[in-house]
Design a binder for this molecule. Structure first.
Ligand code: ADP
Ligand code: MG
Length: 876
């Protein structure tokens, strides 16, 4: 018959309606080694302790900043192991028996009393031995026969029949080298928990369900450097060094999502003594393994698991009730007792090389534990389902289920109150404070449901095959007393009786032989069945072995894959680190590029500014230079003008000597020069020619005189080269737009002009009157009118209005082309001098040479002489 199987029942998850409870945190303060040492932690009451900083950490204002911490219970240095057990572990033990899981761990720095609290000493036992004592005290008399419950290597249990269990018992006792440790013989060293001197705990859990049978299994594992080792596994033997380093184990999830260590040895124990033997063996292996691994015990997490398997008994058969779904019939509860590695920070362990790596890993496991608890707390507060990084370390991965609501979690924070441990203690306290804010789901009590009638067939026993034999000896002997020698009657009676008995005996013999044959046949049948079973079991054994070897192969493959995974993750981390480095380099380079760019921009703008500044400087210099040249030219012009005047004076003086009217001569014609920035405007009229008594005023329209407004450079060029090519060019046919139907007159009346008050006045529609000529005035005007007054030969005031068109020149200046002269004369009624008022044609003789021409010769070095009536253009 196949064995019945059962699994750890699936505990309730964080479903709706499930109650939660916080992680219960207890604080235990250990006594000082030297009572005179200063302390930093004191218990104030059963729930509170105060952490006082070291003397040198006192605040600046001189006040001592005390920190207060509240816990479920604070055990001071005088608290006994028993009291700690009663408060902390007893409820977990009660839960275990009720089918609930529990996790109890001790946390603290090295030498803070974690191992003392968890294991203790033989005469003052810690939590673990007391748990075992109490468990066996409670289930005594209710234990199943050994091997009735059998681990199925997948975190579940199978139920075997009593016969199979007995066979297994024999097999295990006969065959050496099986995975379970052998029961040590009497007198062997049982370690520190040997029976001699051990003070067992007499407590027992009341209210035990006596309708169940129980079996206890223990396993003992260690997590070191984030590798899981089985402390109950036979160590591989090395012929040279003794033991080889142990193989690490893999964590797996069973069909109910419970985490377990794959292929971890689980030993069924029937008494606390057996448990201590297992524990002792584990500790011994731990030492050996540590030597082989060159490890240190304070840097490893040790986990002692107690699994209690229970199943209800059938009231009729006094055997385990058999149901179809064995998962509902078997309850497996677990209590994990964890002695964590020292929580001190890495920098405190002055290790180097390998040791440093270990220390880092240990702290990393505790760091992950801390992170997980923090995230759990955050998730519970905020309702956000952030992923808790259980998988980041083997420790948290293994206990994932507890935090996900699979049992009670309790923590004993062990503290060494020594003042020098203040810095570490503050971290421990913070962690402890945070931990008690984490909520875990309350697990429910397991109820068994026997759904069907038992299916198990009672195993055949020998009595079943032996028919009930009732031996009848027949009628009792008749009276054998012979009364006399011929007492035939009695003898006959006796003879009949004996015959009868003989007959009966023969019948019985026949019956016996028949039954004997029957029995033999039955026996042969049983033997046959037995042989068949044996061969079948051999077959299944070989199948099992094959499966085992296959599993081992798979395991080794898994291990190699895990190693490869480790290697890949290491490479990945390395690549990640390199990527980060490259990224930072890239950022540096980008920053440099940006800096260079801004520097370039700055230089460029600087250069532009300088260029602009230079240009301005240059322009200023040029301007200065130009002004200087202009001034020089002006000086030259003035000088030439002066010479011209002198020449005029000479000429006039000569003429005067010939003509008596010369004394009425007006001064030599004036050349007015106006200087504006960048331009010199010189206006010169020919009107003074008419003032020469000898030379009559030319007929209007017969001569056109021009005043030119030009740039200094043009003038300079003209004066220097003396060729018309260098004079400002204008278009004599140019006509300004007349669309506006308005001629703008520039009425130029030099200062000192006399008002005439005549009847006839020139009629100018739009005019601008100026006394001094400016360049801007010449820009707008289209016509030019110059008022020139002089005294004629008769001593009368003669006013001439010289008119001209204003034309723009190629050099940007304005040229005035004189085309009309109006002469105004006022004559007193008594005067008869006609000659002066009316010029005669004879005035224009062929030898006439006007002053202008003569001055032109002096200044320009050339003269143009034209016949009368032709236009004459003169430029200055
Ligand atoms: P840990 O496991 O935290 O490194 P241990 O449990 O090994 O520390 O304790 C260090 C020492 O302190 C041991 O010698 C232990 O006997 C002693 N000790 C710790 N706690 C107590 C206590 N409550 N009472 C008496 N001795 C204690
Ligand atoms: Mg320890």
């Amino acid at each position: 018959m196949p064995p019945q199987r059962g699994k750890t029942p699936k505990k309730n998850k964080n479903g709706s309606g499930s109650q939660t409870e916080p992680v219960e945190v207890y604080c235990r303060i250990r006594p000082l080694d030297n009572p005179d040492d200063p302390v930093c932690l004191k218990a104030v009451n059963t729930n509170t302790c105060i952490l006082t900083p070291q003397e040198n950490a006192i605040a600046r204002n001189g006040q001592v900043k005390e920190l207060q911490y509240q816990f479920q219970y604070v055990f001071d240095e005088y608290t006994s192991q028993k009291a700690v057990y009663d408060y902390v572990a007893m409820p977990l033990m009660e839960d275990l028996i009720k089918g609930k899981n529990g996790l109890l761990f001790t946390y603290g720095i090295t030498s803070s009393g974690k191992t003392y609290t968890m294991t203790g000493t033989p005469d003052d036992q810690g939590l673990m031995p007391r748990c075992l004592d109490v468990l066996f005290n409670s289930i005594s008399g209710l234990q199943a026969k050994k091997y009735v419950f059998k681990p199925d290597r997948m975190n579940g249990f199978e139920i075997q029949t009593d016969a199979d269990a007995m066979m297994e018992r024999q097999r295990r006792e006969i065959l050496p080298g099986l995975t379970t440790p052998k029961t040590p013989g009497r007198g062997r060293n049982h370690g520190e928990f040997g029976e001699h001197g051990r003070m067992s705990d007499p407590t027992r859990v009341e209210d035990i369900d006596e309708g169940n049978i129980y079996a206890v299994f223990v396993s003992y594992i260690e997590i070191y450097n984030n590798y899981v080792y089985d402390l109950l596994e036979e160590l591989p033997h090395d012929p040279i060094t003794g033991y080889k380093p142990p193989q690490s184990k893999i964590l797996r999830t069973d069909s109910n999502d419970n985490m377990y260590v794959m292929n971890c040895v689980e030993v069924e124990i029937k008494s606390p003594q057996e448990a201590f033997e297992v524990l002792y063996k584990g500790q011994k292996r731990r030492k050996v393994a540590h030597t082989a691994l060159n490890a240190e015990s304070s840097r490893s997490h040790s986990i002692f698991n107690i699994r209690l398997v229970q199943a209800p008994l059938d009231a009729n058969t006094d055997m385990i009730a058999q149901v179809q779904d064995q998962e509902k019939n078997i309850c497996v509860s677990q209590l994990s007792l964890v002695d964590l590695a020292g929580s001190e920070r890495t920098n405190r362990t002055k290790n180097t090389g390998e040791r440093m790596k270990e220390a880092g890993n240990i702290n990393q496991s505790l760091m992950v534990l801390r992170n997980c608890l923090e995230l759990l707390r955050e998730n519970q507060k905020t309702g956000l389902g952030k992923l808790v990084p259980y998988r980041d370390s083997k420790l948290t991965h293994l206990f994932k289920n507890y935090f996900d609501g699979d049992g009670k979690v309790r923590m004993v924070v062990c503290v060494n109150p020594k003042a020098i441990e203040y810095d570490e203690t503050i971290h421990v306290m913070k962690f402890a404070e945070m931990t008690q804010e984490v909520l875990v789901t309350k697990s429910q009590q397991v109820k068994f449901e026997i759904l069907e009638a038992p299916m198990i067939k009672k195993p055949p026993v020998i009595e079943d095959y032996i028919p009930m034999m009732t031996y009848s000896l027949g009628p009792t002997f008749p009276s054998l007393e012979v009364l006399h020698c011929r007492d035939e009657y009695t003898l006959d009676q006796l003879s009949d009786f004996l015959d009868e008995r003989n007959r009966l005996k023969e019948n019985l013999m026949i019956d016996f032989n028949r039954k004997q044959d029957q029995f033999r046949a039955q026996l042969v049948k049983i033997e046959k069945e037995y042989n068949e079973m044996k061969s079948r079991s051999h077959e299944s054994q070989s199948v099992l072995e094959k499966r085992e070897s296959y599993i081992q192969k798979l395991e080794s493959r898994l291990r190699s894959l895990e190693k490869r995974q480790d290697e890949t993750s290491r490479q990945f981390k390395e690549c990640e680190r390199e990527r980060r480095e490259l990224e930072s380099k890239l950022q540096d380079k980008n920053m440099k590029i940006r800096q260079e760019k801004t520097e370039k921009d700055r230089l460029r703008s600087d250069f532009r500014n300088r260029l602009e500044h230079n240009n301005q400087q240059w322009e200023k210099n040029l301007q200065k230079e130009r002004n200087k040249i202009e001034n020089e030219l002006e000086g030259q012009i003035n000088e030439k003008q002066h010479k011209l005047n002198m020449l005029r004076h000479i000429v006039n003086t000569e003429t005067d000597s010939d003509t008596p009217t010369a004394r009425f001569r007006t001064p030599a014609p004036k050349a007015r020069t106006y200087t504006t920035p960048g331009k010199i405007m010189s206006a010169r009229s020919e009107t003074d020619m008419s003032s020469v008594g000898k030379n009559p005023v030319p007929t209007p329209r017969s001569r056109t005189q021009t005043a030119t407004v030009t740039s200094a450079r043009s003038m300079h060029g003209l004066n220097k080269v003396g060729t018309p090519k260098n004079t400002p060019q204008y278009n004599p046919r140019h006509r300004r737009s007349r669309s506006s139907n308005a001629e703008i007159w520039l009425d130029h009346r030099p200062p000192g002009s006399v008002e005439l008050g005549t009847v006839l006045q020139p009629k100018l529609k739009k005019k601008k009157s100026v006394s001094k000529l400016e360049v801007k005035d010449t820009k707008e005007a289209t016509k030019y009118i110059l008022t020139h007054q002089d005294i004629d030969s008769a001593g009368e005031l003669e006013t001439k209005l010289i008119k001209g068109n204003m034309l723009p020149t190629a050099g940007g200046g304005t040229a005035v082309v004189f085309n009309d002269v109006e002469t105004l004369k006022q004559i007193s009624p008594g005067s008869r001098k006609r000659r002066s008022s009316c010029p005669q044609p004879t005035d224009y003789d062929g030898d006439w040479t006007d002053v202008e021409d003569r001055c032109g010769i002096a200044i320009e070095g050339h003269s143009r002489k034209r016949s009368r009536g032709t236009e004459k253009v003169s430029r200055v």
